[in-house]
Every structure is written in structure tokens, then in C-alpha cells.
Write a protein that binds this ligand. Structure first.
Ligand SMILES: Cc1cc2nc3c(=O)[nH]c(=O)nc-3n(C[C@H](O)[C@H](O)[C@H](O)COP(=O)(O)O)c2cc1C
Length: 398
């Protein structure tokens, strides 16, 4: 996350979705951003400034011409200079029209004309207002000006029409703000990330799998995307929401993972492999459901799956490859052996003995070992923070 200590100016206009915007303030504040809110007059009909003052821990700006001025500053210029980024959420059709035409008839639109910061517009309106040629053209003008124009959700709207125009959720908006603040240091790079477990079927209803949740891989894919990379995410079955990437490929078995990774390997610059492919699969797949028998025990014979990381290591030309190791004894020594035998550039060693971290948890404790022998122990961190650190280390080395 890049929100810490950033100055974020939140513009709120007169749309029904204004009731959700205090949620944006709340999330930004949790991430230690500085927030100043500017409301249009129409916005104050929907939510009171007091709500935003409380949620942003700052006085709210609603007037261009205040009667009892306490400062000699020209507010619209100072606020424009203060902001590292401006976000208008919700952005009404009216304000979008004014900004696209350079009209500056209130504090928010005047700031927009004076600003040189990145801008995110979060439209929210009835479907017909959104699809109206005027609005579409106005949004196009703003897009061409370099503003980031977010999409809308398709849902039942406040006016009871069903269609496009619903404002994105505060968490999605905050994620976009965070993305916009990132340095695009992986721009032009193709990154392939594997994630999650594989499942190896026994019969039509049963399978063998492992406890990988896919969280680490999804966080790495998200981080690489925020840094501007072209990201392909190859994922085994998980129950978590996939991040926004350029290409998402779902696989089930280790054999499928191998095929998809090899297909995408030649053209990639960086391959990061936190997926936990099953090392073994049942030797015989039963076409019919295995019946309960009189025997107390059921014997299943397993056979080795392909070693994806090893195959990739053999094919490697220019790619930077990162593997993961889950070791329970002689951790550093075993992880280093794996790094060498699989021709990796870096390996991330997971602490699988800890009960509070690891597979399904949001936190983890890892050690990053590089080909040059450097060993870095990271303290307990969120998986999103580990993803950030790991991408930093990869960038240092490429
Ligand atoms: C109940 C109600 C809900 C409204 N919701 C929206 C909306 O979601 N989006 C929008 O563009 N306009 C909406 N409007 C119309 C705007 O409030 C109106 O165009 C206003 O002039 C916008 O002013 P502003 O852009 O200065 O905030 C709504 C109006 C009312 C009365």
C-alpha cells in the first residue's frame, strides 16, 4: 500500500452514492492517508459535512466564498497544490460535464482547473444519464486528459432501474487510489504468477489436495499489476476473490499447471511460483465412484506428478524465476538446495511450523534466499506486505 502520509483530496458531489463516501474516508484513514473533503452544495443535501469531518479528521470544505475567513490563502489554489491525488466519488453527471468543459463555478470545479495532480473520477448515476451521449463524450474528454475514469457496477439502482451506473464499493475505490500512487517500476514486463493448490481426482466425486489458500499468489499478482506489469495469474481452485490481472487461467491438476506454465513461460520476464502443486497423484483414476467395501482399509497407490519448477528451470533462458519452499527441518539448507536444483534466482522459505501464520492466514513469516547467497529474514507481516517486499527485491535484482 502506498497510501501512508499521502494527501488525498476527496471531492463529493450530489449523487445518491454520497452516502457511501464516508466509507472511503474511513478506509483511507485506516491506511494513514491525510484526507481533505470538498463537497458541492448538492452533496450536502445527501450527507452532512459533519459526517465527513468525523471520518476524515479534518474540516470539510463546502464554500468557495466563506463569510468568516480565517485564512488569507486562496483556498482552491492551495487545495489543488496540497493534493497528491484528487478523487471525485461520487462524480455526478453535472460535475463531470462542468469539469470536462473547464467550468469553475464552485470550489471543487475550481480546484480541478487549478490542479496538476493525478485525478480519479468515480461516476455514479442512473443508466440513462450514464449512457447519454453528452455524459459519454464528457467522460471521453476527461479520459483523454489523462484522468483515470473508473467503471460502474451493473445492479438495481436507487431509482429502481436495473443497469449500469452504480458506484463501485469504497474498498474497490481505495484500491484504485492506491494503484494510482504506485511507481510503475514493472511497466513493460510480463509477469506470470502461479497460486493456490492443485487437486488430484480419485474418482468422480473425490480428490486429494493441500491446504494452500492462494492468498500469497493473489497478493503477488495484485502487487505486480499495481507496479504496471502485464500479469498472468495461473490459479488452482481457491475460495478467494481473484485480483484484477491481464489474464487469469484456472487449472485443477499439477499436469494442467505444468502445461499452462510452460505455454506462458517463453514470453515472460518474471515467473513467481507460490502455487502448491501436489507432488503425487493417485496412480489409477476410477471412472466410477469407489464403493464402500467390507474391508476396513482402502489402499490408494500414488505416482509422482511432474516437477513444474524443475521443468521450468531446464527451459529457462532470460527469465527471472522465483520458487517457494515449505520446509519443516533444516529449512535454509533444504531451501538453498531447492534453489540450486531448480535453477531459481530466488526462493521464499515459508515457516510452516508456526500456528498463527502460513496457509490460510493473512500473515506469514518468510525468509528470502537469493542465488548470490543472500538470506533475508522478514518479520511477521501481512501477505500483501510480503508481496510488496518480494517485488522490491526482484526489481533490485533485475
Ligand atoms: C434524490 C436524488 C438523487 C440523485 N442522484 C444522482 C446521481 O446518482 N448521479 C447524478 O449524476 N445526479 C444525481 N442527482 C442529480 C444531482 O443532484 C444534480 O444534477 C445536481 O445538480 C448535481 O450537482 P453537483 O454536480 O454540483 O453535485 C440526484 C438528485 C436527486 C434529487
Amino acid at each position: 500500500m502506498k497510501l501512508e502520509n499521502k494527501n488525498i483530496l476527496l471531492g463529493v458531489t450530489g449523487g445518491i452514492a454520497a452516502y457511501k463516501s464516508p466509507g472511503i474516508c474511513s478506509l483511507l484513514r485506516k491506511n494513514n492517508a491525510n484526507i481533505k473533503v470538498v463537497m458541492t452544495k448538492a452533496a450536502t443535501e445527501f450527507v452532512t459535512p459533519l459526517t465527513f469531518e468525523t471520518m476524515s479528521s479534518n474540516l470539510v470544505y463546502t464554500e468557495m466564498f466563506t463569510k468568516n475567513r480565517h485564512t488569507a490563502e486562496v483556498e482552491h489554489i492551495e487545495l489543488a497544490k496540497w493534493a497528491d491525488i484528487i478523487v471525485i466519488a461520487p462524480a455526478s453527471a453535472n460535475t463531470i460535464a462542468k469539469i470536462s468543459n473547464g467550468i469553475a463555478d464552485n470550489l471543487l470545479t475550481s480546484i480541478m482547473l487549478a490542479s496538476r495532480s493525478p485525478v480519479i473520477i468515480v461516476p455514479s448515476m442512473n443508466t440513462y444519464m450514464l449512457n447519454n451521449e453528452a455524459t459519454r463524450k464528457n467522460l471521453e474528454i476527461l479520459r483523454n486528459r489523462g484522468y483515470i475514469i473508473l467503471g460502474t457496477a451493473h445492479d438495481l439502482l436507487a431509482c429502481m432501474d436495473i443497469g449500469d451506473g452504480k458506484m463501485l464499493e469504497p474498498s474497490e475505490i481505495v484500491d484504485e487510489i492506491d494503484t494510482a500512487l504506485y511507481k510503475k517500476d514493472l511497466e513493460g514486463k510480463k509477469v506470470v504468477v502461479t497460486a493456490g493448490p492443485t487437486v488430484e481426482p480419485l474418482d468422480p466425486v473425490r480428490y486429494i489436495t493441500n491446504r494452500s489458500s492462494g492468498k500469497t499468489g493473489y497478493e503477488i499478482a495484485k502487487e505486480a499489476k499495481k507496479r504496471g506489469a502485464d500479469v498472468t495469474l495461473i490459479s488452482g481452485p481457491t475460495s478467494i476473490k481473484p485480483p484484477k490481472v491481464d489474464k487469469m487461467i484456472k487449472i485443477k491438476t499439477t499436469e494442467e499447471l505444468k502445461n499452462v506454465v510452460l505455454e506462458n513461460f517463453d514470453n515472460c520476464d518474471i515467473l513467481i511460483q507460490p502455487a502448491a502443486p501436489a507432488d503425487f497423484k493417485p496412480l489409477d483414476y476410477s471412472e466410477e465412484k469407489i464403493k464402500k467395501s467390507k474391508d476396513e482399509n482402502l489402499k490408494i497407490e500414488f505416482t509422482k506428478n511432474p516437477d513444474v519448477a524443475k521443468l521450468v528451470g531446464e527451459k529457462k533462458t532470460h527469465q527471472f524465476t522465483v520458487g517457494f519452499a515449505a520446509e519443516s527441518q533444516n529449512e535454509i539448507e533444504n531451501a538453498t538446495k531447492k534453489l540450486e536444483s531448480k535453477n531459481l534466482d530466488m526462493i521464499v522459505l515459508n515457516n510452516i511450523k508456526s500456528e498463527t501464520t502460513g496457509f490460510a492466514s493473512d500473515d506469514n513469516i518468510v525468509t528470502i534466499i537469493s542465488k548470490d547467497g543472500k538470506v533475508e529474514n522478514l518479520p511477521i507481516m501481512k501477505k500483501s506486505e510480503i508481496a510488496e517486499k518480494l517485488i522490491d527485491k526482484i526489481i533490485e535484482r533485475i
